[in-house]
Ligand binder design. Structure first.
Ligand SMILES: Cc1cc2nc3c(=O)[nH]c(=O)nc-3n(C[C@H](O)[C@H](O)[C@H](O)COP(=O)(O)OP(=O)(O)OC[C@H]3O[C@@H](n4cnc5c(N)ncnc54)[C@H](O)[C@@H]3O)c2cc1C
Length: 539
């Protein structure tokens, strides 16, 4: 029966591949269906420069942090090419020739660097890290839990809610207050409580606004910072990030190879046009070319507005669920700029084109929380691309020589904001001008920057929506705002990776533990489907 499977996975991003690998490992006849001509979704490596086909970039996502060791081990990802190198310090240079550098593993060097801006902040950093670790130690494991149906009176749901609350007891009274603050405070207010220098606040604020349609002054951004501070790359440093060798496509490729080694079939150029539902149960899919595939279990690993508003007929779904998905917030104003450089930036604050520590980590462009808030307000209130965007910059080629020939470097710039409706039109000229401005600002800090540019790729919300199905250009399949987290991700009552349709599960970044390249949603969707199958057999 060629088109009959035990499990069909819709979407071949890293979550779809993870789900596919787990089903196949469990003995299920599984197929992953990917619309594009390649798998990986937003975890991708590509060669975008036609004049320089030997230069590759990590197209969209750029650093790894949150992949749980369980998934790495069970899918044997290291054997299949998963290879993440912890990256260097956080570095922010200023035009006046000063710079702050914060190391994950060298407290003394961090102290001296921060003390140039504020001795008080240098004294405070260890306390801040300890505080953050305390919260992350409790909330981190919750990323691996299935959110309960809060408010449901079903005895099992009540039990799950109580169990979740019980886990949170470890926080204590003070800790619960801290978590409440994280969920409700702006990252600016939080940082103001701890630090006094723009240098520390600007640098730390970046993690609070990544992928967020909100400036650092907006309540809730403190949580986004925590989300980006929880993981570690296996070296025990909280919130440390790393580069996958060969770019983020290497992560997806390792999961794909793992899936294939377990017998999973992977089909590219296989866009799903419809999910077939009979009597409230998912039974299969129809592809764009008219081909039909059947399976009793389906996992959607695409954006929820594609899955539930396009692929499924709305009358198959409860109206309140449709209402929630229609109103799912999915903006962000992200612009990704991948720049090929003929030499490393020679910063006024840290002279030298030879590779130094500060080149190997986050080369930030966020002078203060006000700087980031201004960039957001340009896009939000003035409806134009930010005059002076903030950038989370990295130079992966300092630790990964697979991307470009000797001597060439890739500067990966994750930046914000352009207006939230730029997903509707390409805005090509404005985005090129935006990239010019970003390069100009870096050139204020490192005068050789502009002259070293070999080529560049500028990706805006329109490209992300058209190419990947990231509706609205949101990088996480939906904003990480407090109203879209945990038991409400992606809709109240359906945060357990199940959907209103029996046999259809949801394992994209729009579910709990997403976004980010961590595989948890795909893994959880598999686990729920397996649990349901076992229960059904027992009946
Ligand atoms: C610019 C950018 C930077 C980021 N930076 C980071 C970072 O540094 N670190 C990090 O951890 N995370 C980062 N993220 C977030 C992270 O990449 C995503 O959360 C994650 O990759 C999403 O994985 P996914 O498998 O859930 O979905 P996706 O990667 O979006 O994959 C979904 C797949 O479904 C396919 N598809 C869509 N519709 C259909 C259909 N009808 N039929 C079949 N297939 C379909 C798409 O083509 C796509 O391949 C970034 C994201 C972006 C865009």
């Amino acid at each position: 029966m060629p088109n009959v499977y035990d499990a069909i996975i819709i979407g071949g991003g890293h979550n779809g591949l993870t789900a596919g690998a787990y089903f196949a490992r469990d003995g299920a006849r599984t197929v992953v269906l990917e619309a594009r001509n390649k798998t990986g979704g937003a975890a991708d490596t590509s060669a975008p420069f036609s004049d320089h086909p030997d230069i590759k970039v990590t197209t969209y996502s750029y650093v790894m942090s949150l992949m749980p060791p369980t998934i790495i081990r069970e899918l044997q990802l290291k054997r299949h090419g998963y290879d993440v190198t912890p990256f260097g310090p956080y570095f922010q240079a200023y035009p006046d020739g000063r710079a702050v550098t914060v190391y994950a593993d060298d407290a003394a060097k961090s102290y001296d660097s921060i003390a140039e801006f504020s001795k008080k902040d240098a004294d405070t950093l260890p306390e801040w890290e300890e505080w953050l670790k305390g919260v992350a130690d409790v909330l981190g494991p919750m990323l691996l839990s299935v959110p309960p149906k809060v408010g449901s009176m079903h005895p099992m749901d009540v039990l799950a809610t109580v169990q979740t609350a019980w886990k949170a007891r470890k926080l204590g009274v003070r800790g619960v207050a801290d978590v409440t603050k994280l969920f409700s405070m702006s990252v600016t207010d939080l940082l103001n409580n701890w630090f006094e220098s723009d240098a520390m606040k600007g640098m730390l604020a970046v993690n609070g606004v990544i992928g967020t349609w909100a400036g650092p002054d907006e309540p809730g951004t403190a949580y986004v910072m925590l989300h980006h501070s929880i993981g570690d790359v296996g070296d025990g440093h909280l919130g440390s990030w790393g580069y996958q060798q060969g770019g983020m496509g290497g992560v997806s490729d390792s999961i794909r190879r793992s899936a294939e080694s377990f017998g999973c079939e992977i089909r590219t150029d296989a866009r799903v046009k419809k999910i077939l539902v009979r009597g409230g149960r998912a039974v299969g899919v129809v592809l764009e070319n008219g081909e039909e595939l059947r399976a009793p279990v389906l996992v959607s690993c695409v954006h929820p507005q594609i899955a539930f508003l396009e692929l499924v007929d709305r009358y198959e779904l409860p109206p309140d669920f449709v209402w929630d998905i229609e109103r799912w917030k999915t903006r962000s104003g992200v612009v990704k700029i991948n720049v090929a450089l003929s030499e490393l930036p020679d910063f006024i604050a840290m002279p030298g084109k030879n590779q130094q520590d500060h080149h190997t980590g986050s080369v930030e462009l966020c002078f203060s929380t006000e700087y980031a808030e201004r960039a957001f307000q340009d896009a939000h209130m003035d409806r134009k691309a930010a005059e002076r965007p903030f950038v989370d910059g990295t130079i992966p080629t300092t630790l990964d020589r697979q991307l470009a020939p000797e001597g060439v470097h890739i500067f990966s710039m994750f930046s914000q904001w352009c207006p939230d409706d730029w997903n509707k039109e390409p805005h090509r000229d404005e985005l090129e001008a935006y990239a010019d401005r970003v390069i100009d600002i870096y050139t204020e800090l490192a005068p050789n920057f502009k002259g070293a540019v070999i080529d560049r790729q500028v990706i805006g919300p329109y490209d992300m929506e058209q190419d990947l199905g990231l509706i609205g250009g949101n990088i996480f399949h939906g904003e990480l705002s407090v109203d879209q987290l945990f038991h409400m991700r992606p809709a109240p009552g359906y945060a357990d990776y199940r959907t209103p349709i029996r046999g259809l599960y949801h394992g994209s970044s729009a579910t709990h533990a997403g976004g980010g390249v961590n595989g948890i949603p795909g893994w959880q969707a598999f686990r729920q489907a397996k649990k349901d199958r076992i229960l059904a057999k027992k009946k």
